[in-house]
Structures are given as C-alpha cells and as structure tokens.
Design a protein around this ligand. Structure first.
Ligand code: AMP
Ligand code: ZN
Length: 480
C-alpha cells in the first residue's frame, strides 16, 4: 500500500517488518450530537483503508477513540465544552448525551457497513493514562501551570513544533491563535484544565494540580494511541481540520514524553464533505444523518457507493441528485449480481478453477488503484468495466466482484442473497426484517415452482402492510 503522508508531503510505501503488527489510530467522533454525512464519509474511507491493508496481508491493529469529554468548541483552549453544549441542547446529562450519541455513531456505522475497530476506547475510561502523560511532561520540563486555568505545554521547548502543518511560528506570534492569559507562547496549549469558580462542571477529576479538573482535548489521542499501539506506530488518520492544531499537538505531546521520533510514520488526512456546495452547518439546515438518507428512500449502500466514487483527499460535494444517481447504480449492480447468481451455482463461483488472463488483468487494475493512495474512484470504474465485459464468464465476474467487495464493503454478496426484491419508493432498510425474511422464502418458493406457497406468503406480506408483485426483475415491493 502506498499512501500520501502529510508529514513528508509525499506518497510513501507502508512498510512493516515481517510478522509485526501495523498500528493504525483513527481520531474518533466527539459524541455530543448526531453522526452526520461528513463523519460517515470519513469513517467509510477509513474502513476501506483498513480492509485494503488487511487484504494486502498487513496485520492491522485498528484503534479508534470516542471523545466523550473536554473537547472545546474551538481549537483554542477557551470556548464551550462540546458535551456540555449537547447536554444543554437536549436537556440531558453529559453522561447520557455521550452514551446516546456513541450508540448513534455505532448505529450509523453499522448501516453503512463500517466494521468495528479492534479497540474502541473512550476518553473517560482512560483518565489515568492521560494524567500519567501530563505528569511525565511536567517532570521532563515541557509543562507549566497557569494559576486558576490549567497545565500548559511549552511549545518553545521543541525545536520542530508545527512540522506537520509547516506552521510558521513567527507569523503565529503576530496573529496569535486564541489568547489565554499567562501563555508563554501563542502556540502553547492546555494539557489539563481546571474548573473555574462557579462553573460546576459535570465531568471533573482530581489531579495533582486541582481537585476539580479535566483533560485538554489533544491529550486523549496521544495517551490512548501510545497505550494501545506503543510509543511509535505506522498510521494515524483524521480530517484535514486536525492538521494545524489537534495532530500538531498530539505529535508534540507524544514525542516530548517518549523522547522518540517519529510518533507516527504516516499521517493520513481526509478532506471534507460539502452539502449542495455549502459547508455543513446547523444554521444552513444542511446537516443530515443516515436516518435522513433512509427516510428519503435511499439505501445506505448507495451512499457508500457514492463516497467511494471520490478520492479521500479531495473535497466531495454531496447532492441529493448525486445520491439518486448512485441509488440507480446500486440497483443496477444488485440486479446484475442477482441475475448472475441465478445462472451460476455458488459452489462454482468459489471453486478453485483457474483464473483467465482477462480476469487477472481486472484484478491487477483494481488492486493497483486501491494500493495507489486508495484510489477508490478508479477501483470502482474498473469494477464497472469488469461487470460490463461480455467476454468475461459469469463465474469469474461473480468471483472477482465478491473479492473486490471484500475491500469496498458494499455487502453485495449478502444484499444479493437476502434482498431478493426491488423496493419501489422505499428503502430495504425500512422494510421490517419479517418482510425481508418472507420475501426470501417467497423467492425460494418461486424458484422451486411452489406457487401455492408463494401466494400464501404474498398474503402474509400483505397482512404486514406491503404489496408484492412479480416484475421482469423479480419481486417488487411497495408499501400499501
Ligand atoms: P468530530 O466528531 O467533529 O471530532 O469529527 C470526527 C471526524 O470526522 C474528524 O476526523 C473530523 O475531521 C471528521 N469530519 C467532521 N466533519 C466532517 C466533514 N464535513 N467531512 C468530512 N469529515 C468530517
Ligand atoms: Zn484525535
């Protein structure tokens, strides 16, 4: 696998010594509100990266955090805590908010086919590791206390602070970031914060500096990353918004405390998703989540397919029109697979028959695209070329498609098996599982030419409020 490394500004080959694990840390969500389409894009492409690395034979250990505390709403060390903000908005406790939106995050990941990381770690479950790191930094002379405010990292103690973002520190001194009284340098940042008088925060812990205090928001990723993956590991991912502050500060904390460089070899940054040409924002009313997508009658797989048609380092403009196009493409793909499945027996698909040269070429093109900085757009184009190639036998098509899909994660094999129907004006996800099961049974009954059984299942489906008819492409379902 070759990936673009923000640190070196070059495409680099991922090399791990034989038999050694590849440590991959992904910045996880801040769980104070609904997981939105931007998050879905980021984690879908992380998922494809992990699948692709595994397919290449790397032994990936995927760690992802859940930020459930102390993440302030701006990149400085002032501003409102995002979780407290969520708690106020929904009228619930911070702990309930964190739980509710973490659950919503997993629900969203599940629908779009993102596999769970090997380790999912909450910031609140790792206070001890974070405290230890701040204590080490203080002992090594990298930290100082601002009375009544917090413990700060002294960035002037590092000769290469800001290397990830190529920060020009002299310019920053002029137009300082966010002013905090008592900071020695404009780029210094909070490692640990103290509760202010009268603040009465819900999430506070005792520390050597203050009995009611809480972590700064960068410390969790350095501490948990090193706890699970060691002082140095291979890959770290996050959105491009994290380059100048969050990841810059993660590097500073980690390298100063361990004394080892580099903390992370390859930094992978995802570009942002825009909605109808605009930045996602509450005030524009364009923050959508996976349930909005399903409610409008789209399949989560269509959204996943849409995300895969763009490169993770390019900005993507989401439009409902594009999603409708992707839904058509998904339906077409599913139909092609179902037709092929009817013709080819599954034991034939997976039998060890030799691969033709043509099939080997498609495989080569697909994986060279994927391994070239995760060029999913090119990989999807190769997939379509392969599916439309009349010279390629059906057995090989299915074999290749299911193999490609182990990286793309569209769940084609399962979808083509269990969803033997076209859903008119509604999403399969919205149809109750009972209906999906009955459709599968009815499909089988029809294949076995058991017409009476098929009719009786149709009646059962009608009782559940759905009408099923038989079109040229199999069963068609509508809500009654
Ligand atoms: P947050 O929950 O805001 O901490 O974000 C979790 C991850 O999603 C981070 O890596 C962000 O950079 C990323 N992210 C947030 N908004 C978007 C967006 N609109 N498009 C793509 N990625 C995003
Ligand atoms: Zn992080």
């Amino acid at each position: 696998m070759k990936l673009y490394n923000t640190l070196s500004k070059a495409i680099e080959e991922i090399k791990v010594p034989e038999g050694k694990e590849l440590g991959l840390y992904a910045c996880g969500p801040t769980v104070y509100d609904y997981t939105h389409l931007g998050h879905l894009r980021k984690y879908t492409l992380d998922d494809v990266l992990v699948r692709a690395l595994r397919k290449d034979g790397y032994k990936v250990k995927h760690v992802q955090n859940i930020t459930d505390v102390g993440h302030l709403s701006d990149d400085g060390d002032e501003g409102e805590d995002k979780l407290e903000k969520g708690a106020k908005k929904y009228g619930e406790s911070v702990w309930d908010i964190a739980k509710r939106f973490e659950n919503y995050f997993w629900h969203s990941m599940d629908l779009i086919g993102v596999e769970k990381p090997d380790i999912s770690c909450r910031a609140t479950d790792h206070i001890e590791q974070q405290l230890e790191m701040v204590k080490t930094l203080e002992k090594k002379g990298f930290a100082y206390v601002i009375d009544g405010d917090g413990v700060y990292f002294d960035t002037s103690k590092l000769d290469d602070y800001g290397k990830l973002a190529r920060l020009k520190l002299d310019d920053l001194k002029e137009g300082a970031r966010v002013e905090t009284k008592g900071k020695k340098n404009p780029t210094d940042f909070a490692l640990w914060k103290f509760e202010r008088k009268g603040e009465n925060r819900a999430m506070v812990w005792d520390s050597p500096w203050h009995e009611r205090s809480f972590p700064g928001w960068h410390i969790e990723c350095s501490a948990m990353g090193m706890h699970y993956l060691g002082d140095q590991f291979e890959i770290h991912t996050g959105g491009i918004d994290h380059i100048p502050v969050h990841h810059t500060n993660e590097i500073a904390q980690a390298e100063a405390s361990s004394g080892k460089k580099p903390f992370v070899k390859v930094w992978v940054h995802h570009n942002f998703l825009q909605i109808e040409g605009e930045k996602m924002s509450k005030s524009l009313g364009n923050v959508f989540n996976i349930d909005d997508v399903v409610e409008k009658g789209f399949d989560p797989e269509a959204l996943r397919l849409l995300f895969l048609t763009g490169h993770y380092r390019s900005e993507m403009n989401f439009t409902w029109n594009n999603l409708a196009g992707s839904q058509k493409a998904w339906n077409r793909l599913l139909k092609m697979v179902m037709n092929l499945r009817d013709k080819v027996k599954s034991d034939e698909v997976f039998s060890e028959k030799g691969q033709s040269k043509l099939a080997a070429n498609y495989s080569q093109n697909f994986y060279s695209a994927i391994n070239n900085d995760l060029n999913t757009a090119q990989a999807i184009a190769t997939m379509w070329d392969m599916m439309k190639d009349s010279k390629l036998p059906g057995r090989e098509k299915l074999f290749l498609l299911f193999d490609f899909d182990s990286v793309l994660g569209l769940g084609l094999e399962e979808a083509s098996l269990s969803k033997n129907a076209t859903f008119k004006g509604m999403s399969k996800v919205k149809a109750p599982q009972e209906v999906l099961d009955l459709l599968e049974q009815r499909d089988q009954a029809r294949k076995d030419q058991k017409w009476e059984k098929s009719d009786s299942i149709r009646d059962q489906i009608a009782e559940l409020g759905y009408k099923v008819t038989d079109g040229s492409n199999g069963q068609e379902v509508e809500k009654l």
